[in-house]
Design a protein around this ligand. Structure first.
Ligand SMILES: NC(=O)c1ccc[n+]([C@@H]2O[C@H](COP(=O)([O-])OP(=O)(O)OC[C@H]3O[C@@H](n4cnc5c(N)ncnc54)[C@H](OP(=O)(O)O)[C@@H]3O)[C@@H](O)[C@H]2O)c1
Length: 345
């Protein structure tokens, strides 16, 4: 029996350092779900810095096919024999895993434990903006920083979100609001300040200026939590000054330099969050990502969290993907850029 195929946008060879690799519009084998995998018909995707980082990390001597793409919204069309969470026809959203092919294809295979029900109140494009950044923020708050999920227990606690208007920041501020934290978001431009305030920040300060005097001006001696969404080395000494004794910091990028010594004298907890850890290592609690995405969908449908989509392009093709990566690489993106299907050349 001949195998079914599907269209995908992928590349074989890395770029030549001056130019990114050329995306090819190709026919590839359509995956068949087994065990706990779902086959999802892709309706919309959103782009993340990890997409162009994956593209740019490809080795010169590797000519295997790479299909990029993590954030996805679509419809379940087939289920593996071990699936218990979803049925054919269900509308879903997810960020998947970094150790399998991405979702810039007509259909995509994903473990159901990494998948949530799509918020009913959002269309596919609006939903595709959310999963990767939301799981990052939810894991950072609950698993790394130990923030309570009971807002009354967080009364009087404050968080500094560094990079509050970007992809992660736009949903991290909204979630922090739901958790009852006082939010100081950083933004360096009038439009990013306004966006951060619209998405739940109580105050904004500028990440291009020292944090301490700006917090003092707000009448704050320091913050209980810091969620750093950008190069952590750049902000290490600033964070060390404003974190309160016994406070907690979470970074989503690796530190290249030693941690500030002041963090030691303040008994600060310094944590890392990588939202792919659970799927990469197939941890026993991998299903937590399913629960987090369902929790977020409920918040969205209750009107407590809104989509972070700031720009929508259609179709999913190489020109739009390249345009979206270029915008992301500027470091000035506000919210999330989404591409909606169909998938084309
Ligand atoms: N570990 C994980 O699981 C994980 C998950 C998601 C993302 N990430 C990584 O986290 C980073 C952020 O992702 P993202 O999707 O939020 O990126 P993004 O949307 O591209 O972030 C853009 C925002 O970054 C802000 N920014 C630029 N320079 C800054 C600086 N020096 N200090 C503070 N903020 C600055 C900009 O604000 P202004 O315009 O106001 O300057 C802009 O709004 C990326 O490197 C990504 O790869 C890691």
């Amino acid at each position: 029996m001949s195998k079914k195929t599907m269209k995908a946008l992928g590349f074989h060879k890395p770029g030549d350092k001056t130019k990114p690799p050329k995306l090819e519009f190709i026919d590839v084998e359509r995956p068949v779900p087994t065990e706990r995998n779902l086959l999802v018909e892709v309706r919309a995707i959103s782009v993340n810095p990890t997409d162009y980082k994956t593209r740019d990390a490809k080795n010169d001597y590797d000519d295997s096919l790479t299909i990029i793409g993590r954030d996805t919204a679509g419809v379940v069309v087939e289920t593996g024999e071990g699936c218990t969470l979803f049925n054919i026809g269900d509308e879903v959203y997810y960020a998947g895993t970094s150790i399998a092919q991405g979702s810039h294809s007509e259909f995509h295979l994903v473990d159901e434990r990494l998948v949530g029900k799509k918020p009913k109140s959002l269309n596919f494009a609006e939903a595709a903006a959310l999963p990767l950044t939301s799981v990052t923020a939810l894991e950072a708050y609950f698993d790394r920083l130990g923030v309570s999920d009971m807002p009354e227990e967080n009364a009087g606690k404050s968080i500094l979100i560094i990079g509050a208007a970007g992809g992660v920041g736009s949903v991290a501020t909204q979630i922090a609001k739901q958790l009852g934290l006082t939010i100081i978001g950083t933004a360096s431009r009038p439009e990013t300040k306004e966006w951060a305030m619209q998405h739940g920040a109580d105050y904004t300060i500028n990440h291009r200026e020292p944090f301490e005097p700006q917090l003092k001006e707000l009448g704050l001696a320091g913050v209980h939590y810091i969620f750093c969404l950008t190069n952590v080395d750049d902000h290490m000494s600033g964070m060390a000054k404003v974190i309160l004794p016994q406070g907690k910091i979470c970074s989503i990028l690796p530190a290249q330099k030693p941690l500030a010594i002041a963090l030691f004298s303040k008994s600060v907890t310094f944590a890392y969050e990588l939202m792919y850890t659970r799927s990469m290592f197939h941890t026993d609690d991998m299903i937590k990502q399913h629960h987090l995405l369902d929790k977020l969908a409920d918040w969205v449908d209750d009107g407590k969290v809104k989509t972070t989509m700031s720009e929508r392009m259609t179709p999913i093709n190489s020109a739009n993907l390249e345009r979206a990566y270029e915008k992301l690489m500027s470091g000035k993106t506000i919210g999330k850029i989404v591409l909606e299907g169909p998938i084309e050349q």
